[in-house]
Design a protein around this ligand. Structure first.
Ligand SMILES: [Zn+2]
Length: 219
């Protein structure tokens, strides 16, 4: 395989990383992005990537079956195995994005699934953002934890004490869905806060921090 193969797809991965980094969804060098490029390969961001300095040539291309690297100037993300689980299971959804987006990551600390209430969210993502048990980053333990929770009707998973992974028909659609999940997470945390008295510190914090994020208008 030539070093320049899948250049368009690798450039698209760089572009989406910049968008997600600008939105604060990647948290420094955290998070990573994968895109299936043909039946046997996927492109994935490099390990510990500086998203603002990343080039298409640095995007790794791996075999989907063995994770063997066939192109890219840098080693692939340590979460490549996590992406491969989703990409293998969902050929119709070639994009897989893992983020450390702040509000969904707060839900990840609870160890609970995030229920989805908006019919559009349910149509696009499934009945909930399913919870995945804790596994340290980049380990087979985390890959197994995701595999165990995989459901045919669910396209986003909240990783315990860590972040989120979402599978979509395109990178642009993944970015859109991640924004919707962030708002659903804010709405759910606010709902939990309302179970406390109005002057309870937790209720005041979630109201102050999250209410501005769920104003109805943008997608
Ligand atoms: Zn992570």
């Amino acid at each position: 395989m030539s070093a320049h193969q899948f250049q368009t797809e690798r450039a698209a991965v760089v572009d989406i990383c910049l968008r997600l980094a600008d939105a604060g969804f990647l948290a420094g060098t955290g998070g990573n992005v994968a895109l299936r490029v043909d039946a046997e390969h996927f492109a994935v961001t490099p390990s510990a990537a500086d998203y603002y300095a990343m080039t298409p040539a640095q995007i790794a291309v791996l075999r989907l079956d063995s994770l063997a690297q066939v192109a890219g100037d840098l080693p692939p993300s340590v979460e490549s195995g996590l992406h491969a689980i989703l990409l293998r299971a969902r050929p119709a959804r070639p994009a897989s994005v893992h983020t450390h987006q702040p509000i969904a990551s707060a839900v990840a600390l609870t160890g609970l699934a995030l229920p989805l209430r908006d019919p559009a969210d349910i149509a696009d993502l499934g009945p909930c953002v399913e919870r995945v048990g804790y596994g340290p980053s980049g380990t087979a333990l985390l890959v197994r934890a995701l595999r165990k929770r995989l459901r045919a009707d669910t396209h986003a998973y909240v990783l315990r004490n860590h972040g989120l992974i979402c599978n979509a028909v395109s990178l642009a659609e993944a970015a859109r869905l991640l924004g919707r999940i962030e708002r659903a997470a804010a709405a759910w945390l606010l709902e939990q806060g309302r179970e406390h008295a109005p002057d309870h510190p937790l209720r005041r914090i979630v109201q102050r921090e999250l209410e501005p994020l769920i104003s109805p208008n943008t997608d």
